[in-house]
Design a protein around this ligand. Structure first.
Ligand SMILES: Cc1cc2nc3c(=O)[nH]c(=O)nc-3n(C[C@H](O)[C@H](O)[C@H](O)COP(=O)(O)OP(=O)(O)OC[C@H]3O[C@@H](n4cnc5c(N)ncnc54)[C@H](O)[C@@H]3O)c2cc1C
Length: 546
């Protein structure tokens, strides 16, 4: 699993060259349970490939050598390109070849979204910047597919498993990736304040040509082949497909002003862009911008949660591994009672995130099922909120298990900790997710039924759970000052959903520790406070087999 430790020093060995899937029982069981049993062999193979030392190295290289903006050529003409380190391209090539961008759309079958979720979770353990264009491409497919055959060329390229980084018109490409542009200076969450304007070139309506003028304050992965962009058309906020090239083969106007200097996610470029009579095709009707781009947004929110579950798990695995090899005060850290509690509590949080995100992914597999659609509507913002919020706390605590080493960039947790707040911020920050939960419940009363069904399947097995759910449902029906209470309600839905999964599927030690520490006592302010009698070893080894 790992290289031998340096002989003299009580330093732990590097955790590399191990199988990210077969060493992670919680993930294997969740994938099987939620419908990806047939993918077990493929995921095992992927887990071995992703856990290789080479992948850890590529992830490090891509983040230590961030992309560079080449706004101008040496004669001062605009170039508007971003150059990436070869490690980025190698990672992208492998990610696309594995179908972790749009695989489930190319091969529509039961379990495809869950299998991708398991693969994407493991990818998140290794590198996160590459997940940005992968996710946006995943979300772009359903948004474009809804428009019939209009964008079939783009769809074919999006579904390709070839990564083609060339800056070339679609006609000459072997594969394509998409980005998105919503956020402007004056407001990201409230996109109704968008000021970018779109003027029709001739006829108006879906598939017709417009020219966009304005800006986007955040515009990630700007080397993508096309983008879904929000702009104000004569009849309101609308969604446009903005390609890198015009139909005549000339370059579209995307003025990349500068790249953001980010806390984490450094392998990926996030730019500021200006549009000046920039060519775009209307997707759906004028005024349909928000629902159209939200079709993309629900998939990116699912991915944010899966990505955070992966980040947490890798940090926890690194912590467990370190504690199994490092000695202090005459014993291995992993044998010290208080450290056993910390590790088990971290592993419990990681397992709860894995279980919940894969359950949500299953709701995306049942595309035509009404009950799954309702559940997806409300559970997506719940899971995006809660799992992404847990990540920085888990990564920070895991870092501390590595002691001083953990804080240095030579060790793997520091980069992942820097990455960990991001998923909660983009694609709808925490409060926005909680308000979306309320909106889902208010607009469609049967959404509450969908949640209730999830809880009812686990009812009658434990009085703590039954009492918790009864109080939650009571509070959800109380409409007074709901906005003020939205975080509390969302968190409780997430915890009840996680508890329901453990009650139904076990294993018993995990379920008992979760009920005792999360439902009875509330989520821990700090990790390491599981009650006496918890089965620390079993819980811990489900995150990293001994
Ligand atoms: C690295 C990175 C890459 C990004 N890439 C892209 C990209 O490619 N394309 C893109 O379009 N955007 C991108 N974004 C932008 C991101 O989606 C936005 O930053 C995010 O949606 C928040 O918008 P904002 O920054 O305008 O904050 P604001 O909308 O100003 O929100 C600030 C805070 O106020 C809270 N808030 C807002 N409204 C309410 C309310 N009614 N009640 C209570 N609280 C509220 C929010 O939750 C948030 O915490 C990126 C961001 C980052 C950090």
């Amino acid at each position: 699993m790992s290289r031998p430790s340096a002989e003299m020093s009580n330093q732990s060995s590097e955790l590399v060259d191990y199988n990210l899937f077969s060493s992670h029982s919680a993930l294997m069981e969740a994938a099987t349970r939620e419908g990806a049993a047939a993918d077990h062999a493929a995921l095992t193979q992927l887990g071995a490939a992703l856990g290789s030392e080479r992948m850890f190295t590529l992830g490090d290289l891509a983040n230590r050598n961030p992309p560079q903006l080449r706004a101008f050529d040496r004669l001062g003409a605009r170039r508007d390109e971003v150059e990436f380190h070869p490690a980025w391209h190698e990672l992208m090539r492998r990610l696309v070849a594995a179908g972790l961008h749009t695989g489930p759309w190319a091969e529509r079958r039961t379990g495809a979204h869950v299998a991708r979720a398991a693969g994407y979770l493991m990818w998140a353990e290794i590198e996160n910047g590459t997940q940005c264009p992968a996710t946006m491409s995943y979300g772009a497919v359903p948004a474009l597919a809804q428009q019939g055959a209009q964008f079939s060329t783009w769809l074919r390229l999006l579904l390709s498993r070839e990564y083609d980084p060339s800056l070339a018109p679609a006609a000459g490409k072997r594969g394509a990736l998409f980005g998105m542009g919503m956020t402007e200076r004056q407001g990201g969450s409230d996109v109704r304040t968008n000021t970018t304007r779109a003027q029709p070139l001739g006829a108006r309506g879906p598939g017709h040509e417009y020219l966009l003028t304005g800006h986007k304050w955040f515009f990630s992965a700007p080397m993508c082949d096309a983008f879904l962009v929000l702009a104000q058309a004569p009849d309101g906020l609308s969604c446009f497909l903005v390609p890198r090239f015009l139909p005549d083969g000339s370059v579209n106007t995307l003025r990349l002003q500068r790249l953001k200097d980010k806390l984490g996610n450094r392998s990926n470029a996030s730019s500021e862009v200006e549009f000046d009579a920039t060519y775009g095709l209307l997707v759906a009707g004028e005024g349909r911008g928000i629902p159209t781009i939200l079709e993309m947004g629900v998939y990116t929110r699912l991915d944010n949660a899966i990505g955070s579950a992966g980040l947490m798990h890798q940090c926890v695995a690194q912590a467990i591994h370190h504690a199994r090899e490092r000695r202090a005060f005459g014993r291995l850290l992993a044998e010290q009672p208080l450290m056993r509690n910390v590790l088990a509590d971290l592993a419990l949080e990681s397992e709860a995130a894995v279980a919940l995100t894969l359950r949500l992914a299953r709701a995306f597999d049942a595309q035509q099922d009404e009950a799954a659609t309702r559940l997806r509507r409300v559970l997506t913002p719940v899971v995006k909120y809660w799992v992404c919020k847990r990540a920085p706390a888990v990564c920070a605590e895991a870092m501390e298990v590595l002691g001083g080493n953990g804080y240095t960039e030579d060790f793997p947790v520091a980069r992942r900790f820097r990455e960990s707040p991001l998923n909660s911020i983009w694609e709808g920050s925490g409060n926005i997710m909680c308000l979306d939960v309320l909106r889902a419940l208010a607009r469609e009363p049967r959404t509450l039924e969908a949640l209730n069904e999830l809880f009812a399947a686990a009812a009658g097995r434990d009085a703590r759970f039954d009492g918790y759910v009864a109080a939650l449902l009571h509070d959800l029906r109380d409409e007074s000052e709901a906005e003020l209470r939205a975080r509390d309600l969302t968190q409780r839905i997430a915890l009840a959903a996680q508890a329901a999964l453990f009650l139904r599927h076990g294993p018993a030690p995990v379920c008992e520790a979760f009920l005792a520490s999360r439902l009875a006592a509330g989520p821990p302010a700090v990790f390491g406070s599981l009650p006496r009698g918890s089965d620390f070893s079993t819980i811990t080894s489900r995150s990293l087999s001994p």
